[in-house]
Design a protein around this ligand. Sequence first.
Ligand code: SAM
Length: 364
Amino acid sequence: MTYDHRLNKVPTIPSPLESPAGIVADTLARPLQELRISLTDRCNFRCVYCMPDKSFVENRVFLPRTSLLSFEEITRIAQIFVAHGTKKIHLTGGEPLLRKHIENLIGMLAQLKTPDGRNLELTLTTNGSLLAKTAQSLKDAGLTRVTVSLDSLDDAIFKQMNGVDFPVSDVLHGLDVAHAVGFGPIKVNMVVKGGMNDQEIVPMARYFKGSPFILRFIEYMDVGASINWKMNEVIPSSEVIRRIAAHMPLEEIEPNHKSETAKRWRYQDGSGEIGVVSSVTQAFCHACDRARLSSEGKLYTCLFATGGHDLRALMRDGRTDQEISTVVAHLWRSRADRYSELRGVSRKGMGRTDKKIEMSYIGG
Ligand code: SAM
């Protein structure tokens, strides 16, 4: 196993119990605005930067289906987070569209309202393989936005990166169907791994320029224990921008909101924008307002955490909403994580060598 389950704790219930106040902040004054929920640790792709086939199969056991949170349990936790000020729920995995009847869960989450009566932002990230089939039912169920991962337009490179020979055309078809059923603006995430797909930066930019899709370039990160990450394979966002701007002039624009992970750039000719997510070279921990819930109900306060807090055990122990809510408030208030910022100042950015959780488990 690459992940040490002994590091998981069943939280003790603090006393006195409290009622949620609609806002809770951590030790660095970061509010709890977003909950990312992994619906499954399984995926039908074997991406080289996430769950590369060989080392993954050798090192890891997938969760048994009985370990997964039920839709009722997920909705219960989501409701507790919303009472603490969470405004955005992001469904991920693994591949979230592998979870059967996901539209029922989306329907349940779409009923939740913020303390001031607003709808949640309810989003999902997918590899796009099942999107053409599911887009209409996801939209009908109340999903507000979808993000699709696509690392290349070149079939040979894409197939090498996804590890299962999946063709580019099927992902592009999924994107078109998602757009046709009314999702928008749809983001397309490209993880750039130096020496593998960096020659696709400009062709991808050109292809999506002027389209209804917003392309975002993601720096290759040192997640999990299976990918043998090397700093020299990270293409800094500044280099991505330099390469695109050499052909299609760009200018930086304001973020949509303070905690946005991507820096935004627009084409000077007015034909849309791109984003760059610089998790390695310009870490944004100071604005990180995201908690993560694994598919078996462990709460993580950082993508790079080594252990989680077992909320499923509390639910299955018959704990009340107020007890679990008090636990969540205490966990968030004591949060001090800022792994990516510290990575930059320690050991020449080589990343940590102790046990890290796979991104497919914790949710990307
Ligand atoms: N299966 C879904 C998908 O492909 O989008 C959701 C899960 S995936 C783990 C979520 C996101 O994490 C994807 O955009 C993926 O490209 C990104 N990701 C995975 N491993 C990464 C890494 N080592 N560095 C940067 N991004 C990574």
